[in-house]
Design a protein around this ligand. Structure first.
Ligand code: AMP
Length: 301
């Protein structure tokens, strides 16, 4: 099964209390694609500038990620600069340069239009809609967003929410989108906006899943060292949807398993700067950590 992902392919400049990195590979589509490609075939829709290095494209190709939908345009690549606090769940955006992303009109290659699993990664909601409009027979659409788009493009985002099955969002964004500070109320309010499942990412505290009929909670995999949380959310989404595409099981049980796979994949991402650890993670390492995750949360035996 192929998963189609639209989102940013970016340069990230990151400061954490443990170090910093300038203009490394980042972006919502990049993390998502590297994560999902452990489980299934992935196609990227996005845009890069002339300054984007071949070596980064090579990294995607090594994972067999289909890049036909990734356009190179005149200008500079999207660039995000962020800083993390001592409390790693808190980060500030210091700079956001849309560059070639502003005015980008995604055009899907013909063979992408039959993609059954779709990830609308963090990008302008207008572009998410344009991608949805071009797909013929999707089975499952998962969407992510960010404070920037909730504030700047809330109206378009509401339209997207009516057309998706699953929203992945972090706790502060859920509060911003819903207007409720209590996370359960926030999730209930978001469910009324369209999605049948809302997954609330709570950084090092794990993930909460809400639907009309159930609530499910998982911790994050406990790590002694977290170097850089950038991309954890997108890697979670990649592991989650990659596993759903691999298993074809979107029952309540299948979704719970996929949430644990997403959490496992994200735990690799945060172990080093940028995509470094994620890009090196093998399927056997992931399956191994999944088993340890099962033990971690087992209280029946
Ligand atoms: P995450 O840590 O998973 O929430 O996502 C981090 C990634 O989001 C970084 O690699 C950034 O390049 C990307 N990013 C930051 N701001 C935006 C934005 N406004 N729209 C799309 N992608 C963004």
């Amino acid at each position: 099964m192929s998963v189609l992902a639209v989102g940013t392919v970016a340069f990230d400049s990151i400061e954490t209390p443990w170090g910093s990195a300038e203009r490394i590979l980042g972006g919502s589509a990049s993390y998502f694609a590297l994560a999902a490609s452990v489980f299934t075939d992935v196609r990227i829709v996005g845009v890069i500038g002339q300054d984007f290095p071949e070596a980064y494209l090579e990294l995607f190709s090594q994972r067999n990620i289909d890049l036909d939908g990734l356009k190179r345009e005149k200008g500079d690549t999207f660039h995000w600069r962020g800083r993390y606090h001592e409390d790693i769940n808190v980060r500030d955006t210091l700079e956001l340069h849309l560059n070639v992303l502003s005015g980008f009109a995604p055009k899907l290659p013909e063979r992408y239009r039959d993609s059954e699993y779709v990830f609308l990664g963090n990008i302008d909601p207008m572009m998410q809609i344009e991608v949805l409009n071009q797909i013929r027979k999707m089975k499952l659409v998962v969407c992510d967003t960010m404070d920037h788009w909730i504030r700047e493009s809330g109206k378009d985002l509401r339209k997207v929410l009516q057309r998706i099955e699953i929203l992945v969002i972090n706790d502060s964004e859920a509060r911003l989108l819903s207007g409720y500070s209590n996370i359960v109320r926030a999730a209930r309010a978001i469910l009324k906006m369209g999605p049948r499942v809302v997954l609330i990412k709570r950084g090092e505290y794990g993930v909460l899943q809400f639907s009309d009929s159930s609530v499910f909670a998982t911790p994050a995999y406990p790590l002694e060292e977290v170097f850089d949380p950038t991309g954890a959310g997108d890697s979670f989404a990649g592991g989650f949807l990659g596993q759903l595409a691999r298993s074809g099981d979107d029952s309540q049980r299948g979704i719970r398993r996929a949430i644990v796979y997403g959490s496992v994949v994200a735990s690799f991402t945060v172990e080093d700067f940028g995509v470094k650890r994620l890009a090196a993670a093998s399927i056997s390492e992931i399956e191994d950590r999944y088993e340890r995750f099962v033990e971690l949360t087992d209280f029946h035996t």
